[in-house]
Design a protein around this ligand. Structure first.
Ligand code: MLT
Length: 262
């Protein structure tokens, strides 16, 4: 498992979404490592991490439990025994729910970014199967070009070519097996709405006002069910709000860490 490690203090684990890698968090490890011990792994099958630990033949589903266990093993290998703040974007949020379910004592706080608690609808499951067909027949580039328009806000497409290019570049590093593994894992992920009202750690929810992937209604529902959760909606930001609005994003995370002292 490849990872970025910076700073010292409370461990802040940044879990990327799909089809991405740890490089989406560059502004966060630059901007937050004076305050926290920032750890940003490449999830299996992405960036520089291996596709399998040897116990699976590819392709296979990267279940949210497998990905959560990867994070727990990573913390063990780093010798981290104190509870951590988990910050998961989209699929990284699904992994955070799985981690919280499996290792509640290891979690000091949750930052849920552009994510949702519901499982896939039947329609979303069919779309996952279509994604798998598309990547098998037309390759990673076809997936990137179909997803990219929904990953960023209209403003980013109009005025921030650098962010659009960077997001495309990061997505293009994905592999066919990684995309299939994530798609199969997300397709059958469990519904996490049942645990929301039992979350007992400080929780910050960050969303992009122009997110085209996670509907605002699901974000609001999450906020209303997690006791004491704070929701901040970032303006002129889409699904990759941490890349599109890094200053506001980092300020909110900073205030959360300093204020809540989880
Ligand atoms: C992500 O950004 O991780 C994905 O859009 C999540 C999903 O497809 O459900």
């Amino acid at each position: 498992m490849a990872l970025e490690e910076r700073g010292e203090g409370i461990p802040l684990v940044l879990i990327h979404g799909y089809p991405l890698n740890r490089l989406i968090w560059e502004s966060q490890w630059e901007g937050l490592s004076d305050l926290a011990y920032v750890i940003a792994p490449d999830m299996r099958g992405h960036g520089e991490s291996d596709l399998t630990d040897g116990s699976h033949q590819t392709p296979y589903p990267f279940t949210m439990d497998i990905l959560a266990d990867d994070c727990a093993k990573m913390l063990d290998l780093l010798g981290i025994t104190r509870p951590v703040i988990l910050c998961g974007l989209s699929m990284g949020g699904y992994v955070s729910f799985a981690f919280y379910r499996r290792y509640p004592a290891k979690v000091a706080g949750l930052i849920l970014v552009a994510t949702r608690a519901h499982a896939d609808s039947p329609e979303a499951r069919n779309n996952r199967l279509r994604t798998i067909d598309l990547v098998q027949s037309n390759g990673v580039e076809a997936i990137v070009e179909s997803m990219l328009p929904r990953m960023l806000s209209p403003r980013s497409f109009q005025t921030r070519k650098d962010i659009v290019d960077r997001a495309r570049e990061i997505m293009l590093t994905s592999t066919v097996e990684g995309i299939i593994g994530d798609s199969l894992g997300m397709k059958d992920r469990p519904d996490s709405t049942g645990i929301l009202n039992r979350i007992s750690v400080p929780t910050l929810i960050l969303a992009g006002a122009d997110d085209q992937i996670v509907p605002r209604s699901e974000t609001d529902e999450m906020r209303s069910q997690i006791p004491g959760a704070r929701l901040v909606v970032l303006p002129e930001a889409g699904h990759l709000l941490n890349m599109e609005q890094p200053e506001i994003f980092n300020r909110e995370v900073r205030e959360f860490i300093e204020g809540e002292k989880p």
